[in-house]
Ligand binder design. Structure first.
Ligand code: NAD
Length: 497
């Protein structure tokens, strides 16, 4: 079959039936009070769906269903191998609906359809398969006890898990959490962002079709804090797994303290440094990678390489390479298969990012490229990547997470100075460094206070290693076997022999 064109995708989008209701206890249903909110696409400003505006009453219903399902054992007490089979079927159904889900993702939040098809959907399916495959291969422990004792160390599902996710990789971020939560035997109430609820709502039906029992996988659309806050304050929710901003992460921890001290696992913001030493193996490649590190997904990436630290002796040469690399990230129509830089999530976010650009100029940083708004002939939310030179680490654009393609170039003289600047941040999600000196690479990687460190690349990694942050970038880890820690309690059972 020939590859789809922009027009093909537009035609499919025009005929797409989009579900906006909550999914509770195995059925789609309107919010209890019947309220909805409008989901408008940032792509062409089109009205996509009326989304059920779930609030505390709907949370009550979903949590009760999740608890009933958990207590019934219909899922929680299945043999791991049985849960594995069902999750693999769920992954297969998502794969079979990959084009529809990718299209929903693009219409919902503006990412290029090419990225949704090549990264978000395969990433989601892979996360689910990897996790499902793992669950019947993790064992408990036998403690090193005295001869008259048997000490068993086992992991048990925590119970009802509330999952609250952001809009930048809607399905992928959700899958990193619901896959291990479900695999471990928990019931889930998933709350997608009001800016991108469509795929989460859609896959609820696929979960049911795959054989996940009623009440085990619930999805609540909701506006702003309404449903999320009610979940975080609920006394019958055992854990919250959150990906989103540091500001909301802090509120969730307070809510846990105000209610039942539920476990709160947070994957929060970032302001990641990308350090290019003069002895980087390939400056051209490093520049291309630095451009992608800030421009991918329109800069709306938690690990965006937003602070580019360049050794002074190579700075002019590096900036030349960087300018040409960034020229390849001009905005395009997200449904055009050749586009690699799409629309921002909505108008409000465009304004917020533009505010940072303006503020940076007022603070004395030098805009050397980009930052223009709009795309010829289109009414959506477009903003070209912006490159700033003359930034110092105390400026607002170097300290705050912008969540848009705004790149700050900061000079340094020695690798020690670079590490000090890199670590001088409230965040600690990721860091990258480029050098040909093996010992320097190891020394710097050790010294960087970040959950992921990449050497001579940006954004490496897959399901085999944990992903999460130091400092105010959060406390939990997604991916790998470590992800199970968040969704299980550790039990010690002592048997006197
Ligand atoms: P956000 O914090 O505004 O919202 C995240 C989720 O929380 C949404 O579903 C939102 O509806 C919900 N929410 C809002 N207020 C709430 C409240 N008071 N109580 C409970 N829930 C509430 O973040 P966002 O704008 O959706 O996403 C961008 C942020 O996500 C950035 O900071 C980014 O760095 C972060 N992020 C982090 C990672 C990571 O793995 N560390 C990955 C992706 C995104």
């Amino acid at each position: 079959m020939p590859a789809k064109t922009l027009q093909d995708w537009k035609n499919t989008a025009a005929t797409l039936a989009i579900e906006g209701r909550c999914f509770i206890d195995g059925d789609y249903r309107a919010a209890m009070d019947g309220r909805t909110f409008d989901k408008i696409s940032p792509v062409e400003g089109r009205h996509l769906a009326a989304i059920a505006r779930a609030d505390a009453a709907d949370v009550e219903l979903a949590v009760a269903a999740a608890r009933r399902a958990f207590d019934s054992g219909s899922w929680s007490r299945l043999a791991p191998v049985q849960r594995k089979r069902t999750l693999l079927r769920f992954a297969e159904l998502i794969e079979a609906h990959a084009e529809e889900l990718a299209l929903l993702e693009t219409l919902d939040m503006g990412k290029p359809i090419a990225n949704a098809l090549a990264a978000d959907l395969p990433g989601t399916v892979n996360a689910m398969r990897w996790t499902a495959e793992a669950i019947d291969k993790v064992y408990g422990e036998v403690a090193a006890t005295a001869d008259d004792q048997l000490g068993l160390v086992t992991r048990e599902a925590v119970g009802v898990v509330g999952i609250i996710v952001p809009w930048n990789f809607p399905l992928l971020m959700a899958s990193w959490k619901f896959a291990p939560a479900l695999a471990a035997g928990n019931s889930v109430v998933l709350k997608p962002s009001e800016r991108s609820p469509l795929t989460a709502i859609r896959i609820a039906a696929l979960a049911s079709e795959a054989g996940i029992p009623d009440g085990v996988f619930n999805v609540l659309g909701g506006y702003g804090h309404e449903a999320g806050q009610a979940l975080a304050l609920h006394n019958d929710v055992d854990a919250i797994a959150f990906t989103g901003s540091t500001r909301i992460a802090k509120q969730l921890m307070i809510a846990a303290g105000q209610s039942n001290l539920k476990r709160v696992w947070t994957e929060a913001g970032g302001k990641s440094p990308n350090i290019v030493c003069a002895d980087a193996p390939d400056l051209l490649q490093a520049a291309g990678s630095a451009a992608a590190a800030i421009a991918y997904n329109q800069g709306q990436v938690c690990t965006a390489g937003s602070r580019l630290l360049v050794q002074r002796s190579i700075k002019e040469e590096f900036l030349e390479h960087l300018r040409s690399a960034l020229a390849g990230w001009a905005p395009g129509h997200p449904l055009d298969p050749v586009t690699r830089y799409g629309a921002m999530v909505d108008r409000q976010h465009v304004e917020q990012v533009r505010g940072f650009i303006q503020g940076a100029e007022e603070e004395g940083a030098r805009l050397i490229l980009g930052g223009e708004e709009g795309l010829a002939g289109e009414s959506g939310c477009y903003l070209a990547p912006a490159l700033f030179d003359g930034v110092h680490n105390g400026m607002r654009i170097a300290r705050e997470e912008i969540f848009g393609a705004v790149l700050s170039v900061i000079d340094f003289d020695t690798p020690e100075e670079a590490v000090a600047i890199a670590n001088d941040s409230p965040y600690g999600l990721a860091a990258a460094l480029w050098t040909s000196d093996l010992s320097r690479a190891h020394r710097m990687a050790r010294a960087l206070r970040a959950g992921s460190v990449w050497v001579n690349q940006y954004s490496g990694g897959d399901m085999t290693a944990p992903f999460g942050g130091y400092k105010q970038s959060g406390n939990g880890r997604d991916r790998s076997l470590h992800a199970f820690d968040k969704y299980t309690e550790l039990k010690a059972t002592w048997i006197r022999l």
